[in-house]
Design a binder for this molecule. Structure first.
Ligand SMILES: Cc1cc2nc3c(=O)[nH]c(=O)nc-3n(C[C@H](O)[C@H](O)[C@H](O)COP(=O)(O)OP(=O)(O)OC[C@H]3O[C@@H](n4cnc5c(N)ncnc54)[C@H](O)[C@@H]3O)c2cc1C
Length: 458
């Protein structure tokens, strides 16, 4: 017998054992990642508007995605692979997808159960009403850059449709597009309309800048590089609210952007010939297409508490430094409430209480969690969980804490209980709600929505 044959089993052991160990480790890793994904969804009620989706087979475990997210631990490493830990914290920056060197992350919309509260939209951002589009936060996708991209893309679609039916008589009374709202989405859409030489009309109920103009003074706005119509690439990633508004003002003035402020759109009707009538309390306008860029903040939600009509009760804080030496109550458990409470607490002589009806903050940003801890530790702010105001009086507030009502001295109250989205308004136009077309729910790079096949943050 050939002695070399004796070595074959030995070769088998040398090669086979590491292979078996490797396969077993990989199987265990995959199981651990899957378990973490499931846990993350259970503990967080699942994702809200959008979230990263990880292809764990392709993930190389480089941790590029977990270190770039400004919202904290949306993603984490489990058994050497990226896993979705706190999807509800994702607001669509998409930096994880951009950072992944192997394209193993795409941004997707929330599952059907969540999007049931959002208007139905096609990949082109068209609603169930033909030629009626939605851009920005109204469609469920947060962030300035997404609003800018979507506003721009909608106008491109509208321009292409108008161009394809050139030849008919042009009615000078009918605008090519009526844009409702002049926040980031509406500004971007209006500038793109100018660029594309469309006859556009922009109606804004309040002031240009939308939610950005309502941020607290000197708030640092975090954004990602974005292609802004007529201004080219906007590369700043951190700037003050004032600087961002000044940037928009400069471009809008330079390009001759016309906006009708103080015009609240109350009704939209699509005639059988496809032309829309858009009504404000004082005027009616007609358009071949309508772009709703109204945001989702709608009207602030009230608590329905006695004394809420007092002028000291407010729903928005812009100038925290205007309030010094006061007894202040802030109500709410989201980032807006926490940021307002911290902003007021650091002003001279203020005594600030933050009241929240639940027993912990579940949905606030990681950086706010850390800062809040410091402000509370320094004694500038008191947080009372499991509490609810039950009456606002001239000089005090009646606060129910775990079933017991106590009276605390008070000069000002800020309530941050969210906004009532304009869903009834959308339904009155005929827009359907419900799950998006699942073949088209991928949010591509820079927040554009692509068909599922395209595969790619916000
Ligand atoms: C406190 C806070 C901090 C934030 N920080 C950041 C940040 O750092 N970075 C970031 O990228 N994003 C941030 N966001 C999110 C960002 O502001 C929004 O995603 C973005 O403003 C959405 O733009 P939009 O144009 O869709 O809507 P909006 O900005 O809400 O603008 C909508 C506009 O439509 C108008 N409108 C509404 N209804 C009507 C009507 N019926 N008729 C006429 N006009 C109407 C409104 O008056 C408003 O001007 C923050 C949001 C909040 C609340």
């Amino acid at each position: 017998m050939d002695n070399s044959l004796l070595f074959y089993p030995l070769y088998g052991v040398i090669l086979g054992v590491p292979l078996i160990l490797y396969i077993r480790r990989e199987i265990r890793r995959e199981a651990a990642v899957k378990e973490a994904i499931a846990k993350g969804q259970v503990f967080s009620d699942g994702p809200l508007g959008q979230h990263p989706q990880i292809d764990i087979t392709n993930c190389i475990g480089c941790q590029g995605c977990t270190t770039v997210c400004p919202e904290g631990d949306v993603l984490g490493m489990v058994a050497g692979k990226a896993a979705l830990l706190k999807p509800h914290r994702c607001i669509g920056h998409g930096m994880c997808a951009d950072a992944c060197p192997v394209g193993a992350i795409i941004m997707v919309h929330s599952p059907p159960g969540v999007s049931a509260n959002l208007p139905f939209m096609t990949p082109e951002l068209e609603t169930s009403v033909s030629n009626l589009f939605i851009a920005g936060e109204l469609g469920g996708l947060a962030l300035i850059k997404n609003a800018v991209n979507q506003g721009r893309d909608c106008i491109d679609t509208i321009a292409a449709r108008l161009a394809s039916r050139q030849g008919g008589a042009v009615d000078p009374e009918v605008f090519d597009v009526v844009i409702v709202g002049a926040g980031p989405a509406g500004i971007s859409a209006s500038l793109r309309s100018i660029e594309r030489k469309l006859r556009y009309l922009t109606l804004e109920r309040d002031s240009v800048g939308g939610t950005v103009s309502k941020y607290p003074r000197q708030k640092v706005v975090m954004t990602s590089p974005v292609e802004f119509p007529l201004a080219g690439s906007f590369k700043k990633t951190q700037l003050s609210k004032e600087n961002l508004l000044a940037f928009w003002k400069t471009i809008c003035e330079r390009e001759g952007f016309q906006v009708q402020t103080g015009h609240t759109v109350e009704k939209i009707y699509r005639h059988p010939d496809g032309v829309f009538t858009v009504s404000t309390p004082t005027a009616q306008y007609r358009g071949h297409a309508v772009l709703l860029a109204m945001g989702r903040s709608g009207t602030p939600r009230k608590l329905g508490v006695m004394g809420e009509e007092l002028p000291k009760v407010m729903y928005r804080l812009i100038e925290a430094d205007h309030y010094v030496n006061h007894q202040i109550l802030v109500v709410g458990g989201g980032d807006s409430a926490v940021e307002a409470a911290m902003g007021l607490a650091i002003q001279i002589g203020n005594n600030v209480t933050l009241s929240y009806r639940k027993d912990s903050f579940a949905r606030i940003k990681e950086r706010n969690v850390k800062r809040l801890r410091e402000v509370v530790k320094s004694g500038q702010l008191q947080v009372i969980f499991n509490s609810m105001p039950v009456e606002f009086k001239e000089g005090s507030v009646m606060l129910e804490v775990e079933g017991e009502v106590r009276e605390i001295p008070n000069d000002y109250v800020w309530i941050f209980a969210g906004g009532i989205a304009p869903n009834d308004f959308l339904k009155s136009i005929g827009i359907e709600f419900g799950p998006k077309d699942l073949t088209a729910e991928v949010v591509g790079e820079a927040g554009r929505i692509h068909a599922m096949a395209v595969g790619s943050r916000g």
